[in-house]
Design a binder for this molecule. Structure first.
Ligand SMILES: CC(=O)N[C@H]1[C@@H](OP(=O)(O)OP(=O)(O)OC[C@H]2O[C@@H](n3ccc(=O)[nH]c3=O)[C@H](O)[C@@H]2O)O[C@H](CO)[C@@H](O)[C@@H]1O[C@H](C)C(=O)N[C@@H](C)C(=O)N[C@H](CCC(=O)O)C(=O)O
Ligand SMILES: Nc1ncnc2c1ncn2[C@@H]1O[C@H](COP(=O)(O)OP(=O)(O)OP(=O)(O)O)[C@@H](O)[C@H]1O
Length: 499
């Protein structure tokens, strides 16, 4: 591809004459020097950890001859240096150009908010695919389309990856993409050149504030709100405390959903239902034109909000109502309030809640259902986000009858250290706790302890299939461990009955 075509609409200065730039052809773009080969452009990014300009020489040695730079540096005479104000912004535009602006050929639905992004994006894809609109998903659980899965490093991939994925999706016949838009992704300009059709706001609470993330809550909110300047249509949870602030900053037209405040889509007449292999909620949906009943196979009020967000998209895209209702009845997301039907006398749930807000939300939700004891098995990541330990401990010790404190990606930190921090919250609380640093043994104990009517949540790992121990990802499946433990308990019980 011609260098000038890749640089279309990117402002730059250069060390070389126009003729030379005009006649240069490019094979591909890399923002990591180790990916560079002959004919590549290297984009030097001032990162959160290191300055990519340090690797320009390495990129040169690997064959790159064109460099996108924010400041000058020494390279051999044949290097073409293109100076830009912000390399991340340049990378975004260059990637969109390189892949032929694929988002313009797709209907892209971006979901932002502190909680609910993975759930909503996956629900949207379930419903739209059922309605015959080939839809891909991009987010924390990976990239999915046409039955294929690709792992993603970030919830919202870097702009180059994002536009590459879009192009591959188009080649595979995808028409619509439902993607998570993290505040980090917006902050790092990963979605700047994505042509969003619709943007959804689920909710907002303090999160991702600290070194390498957002300096303040206001900054975090500002990043989330920016999505509503990139889309044509906005869908907003009107019950959220920060809804007005998002609406104020939006430049698109807005539709709302909610339970407590008047909205374009309102839920009412809510009823919770519990079966041995499922937790669900049914409710009426009221719009200006009609009222109809819906059911979602996920528990509590937050599941209604997630469903309303999806219904708002369906309304906007004119998806047939009955198809939407049927698809939502069975829509499930791996590791998000996932009920494991392994025991017939207690409900076992795997959930991704790994901070105070989401743990509180899932525990309070489960308490809305008839139950015996509420038991939570959880830990917290090692080596970082130490504040979360207190948040999680405070919530669990307040909401539960029993907790099993264990590890959750301890990495290089001693799991007992993390557990000790969490256990501080239990001082003076009525909630009992058991300490078992080996998460596999902890799950086995939880299954063994289960009594008639108990609700037991394994919180934190959700969809993850591995555990980070001393820098290594070790395969770890909570589902398999729970199934095996339940089989053993049932066999033991049968043996006892027979003897
Ligand atoms: C702290 C952080 O946000 N890091 C993200 C960031 O990396 P970085 O800028 O820190 O990169 P760096 O390591 O400093 O390197 C700077 C540059 O040097 C280059 N380099 C580096 C080494 C080398 O040998 N050669 C080389 O060229 C790197 O490729 C990079 O271009 O930019 C990368 C590309 O976009 C991201 O993959 C990376 O996400 C890391 C994995 C991460 O954990 N990010 C989290 C905070 C994040 O983004 N999370 C959000 C969800 C949370 C939310 O809601 O905000 C997400 O969307 O995933
Ligand atoms: N709308 C919601 N409001 C509050 N909590 C929610 C909501 N939806 C899901 N949750 C809870 O938060 C957990 C994470 O949900 P989900 O993965 O959908 O959110 P997310 O925005 O993608 O989160 P993260 O940024 O942590 O990946 C779920 O397992 C559930 O416990």
């Amino acid at each position: 591809m011609r260098l000038l075509d890749i640089m279309n609409e990117v402002e730059f200065n250069s060390n070389k004459p126009w003729d030379e730039i005009q006649n240069t052809e490019i094979k591909d773009i890399a923002y990591n020097s180790s990916k560079c080969e002959d004919g590549y452009i290297f984009v030097a990014i001032k990162g959160e950890t290191v300055d990519g300009h340090k690797y320009a020489q390495n990129a040169y040695e690997r064959g790159a001859r064109v460099f996108i730079l924010q400041n000058d540096l020494e390279l051999d005479e044949d290097a073409i240096k293109l100076f830009v104000n912000d390399s991340r912004i340049a990378l975004s535009k260059m990637s969109a150009n390189y892949f032929g602006n694929p988002s313009k050929e797709l209907k892209v639905i971006g979901v932002t908010g502190t909680k609910g992004k993975t759930t909503i994006t996956n629900y949207i894809s379930s419903v739209l695919n059922k309605a015959g609109l080939n839809t891909g998903v991009i987010g924390t659980n990976g990239t999915f389309y046409n039955g294929k899965k690709e792992k993603t490093l970030n919830t919202t991939p870097e702009s180059y990856e994002l536009h590459r994925i879009f192009r591959n999706m188009i080649d595979g016949g995808v028409k619509c993409v439902s993607m998570e838009v993290s505040s980090g992704g917006i902050m790092m300009e990963r979605v700047k050149d994505v042509d969003f059709d619709t943007a959804i706001f689920s909710n907002l609470s303090p999160d991702h504030i600290g070194p390498k993330e957002h300096p303040t809550f206001e900054h975090y909110l500002g990043c989330k709100a920016k999505l509503f300047t990139l889309a044509k249509h906005g869908i907003i949870n009107i019950d959220d405390k920060y809804a007005d602030q998002i609406i104020e900053r939006a430049t698109c037209d807005i539709e709302t959903f909610g339970i407590d405040n008047k909205a374009d889509l309102n839920a009412q007449n809510i009823e919770y239902s519990r079966a041995i292999d499922s937790l669900g909620v049914s409710f009426d949906v009221k719009t200006i034109d009609e009222t109809f009943n819906a059911y979602i196979c996920a528990p509590g009020t937050f599941s209604i909000y997630n469903a309303l967000a999806v219904m708002s998209v369906c309304k906007y895209l004119k998806i047939e109502k009955n198809i939407m209702i049927e698809a939502l009845k069975s829509a499930k997301v791996k590791g998000r309030v996932e009920v494991l039907p392994v025991l017939d006398y207690a409900t076992i749930i795997i959930d991704y809640a790994h901070n105070g807000v989401s743990l509180e939300s899932i525990l309070q939700t489960l308490k809305q259902y008839d139950h015996n004891r509420l038991i939570c098995l959880f830990g917290s990541v090692g080596g970082r986000t130490e504040l979360r330990r207190k948040e999680l401990g405070d919530v669990a010790s307040r909401e539960c009858d029993l907790c099993i404190l264990t590890s959750d990606n301890p990495d290089f930190e001693d799991p007992m250290n993390v557990i000790k921090d969490i256990a501080d919250s239990f001082k003076g609380s009525d909630c009992e706790y058991i300490v078992e640093p080996d998460r596999k043994v902890a799950i086995e104990k939880a299954i063994e302890l289960a009594q008639e009517g108990d609700m037991i949540v394994f919180a934190g790992k959700g969809h993850e299939e591995s555990q980070l121990i001393k820098g290594e990802w070790i395969p770890f499946s909570e589902t398999e461990i729970a199934k095996e433990a339940a089989r053993n308990i049932i066999e033991k019980k049968m043996e006892k009955q027979l003897s």
